[in-house]
Write a protein that binds this ligand. Structure first.
Ligand SMILES: [Zn+2]
Length: 76
């Protein structure tokens, strides 16, 4: 099930310069690395990671909490 309204996904799309989550996904769905964002509530660190990343290391808060935008959207 797609979820384009998750707050972290919206934040990630905005950080990448997209007003619409759908446009962000359109540009990154086929990427070999895609924008990811930290899921911690007190951290909005972003980085380019593997499309299926669900627990990447966050360089900002030190937790294994980086999740790719495609995972957030339910595309993977
Ligand atoms: Zn973090």
């Amino acid at each position: 099930m797609f979820n384009l309204s998750h707050p972290k996904l919206v934040t990630l799309a905005e950080a990448e310069g997209y007003a619409e989550v759908a446009n962000f996904l359109e540009d990154h769905t086929l990427g070999s690395v895609v924008p990811a964002i930290c899921v911690a509530s007190d951290c909005d660190h972003t980085a380019d990671l593997e499309p299926d990343q669900r627990a990447g290391f966050c360089e900002a808060c030190g937790r294994a909490s980086m999740k790719s935008g495609l995972v957030f959207a339910g595309l993977i």
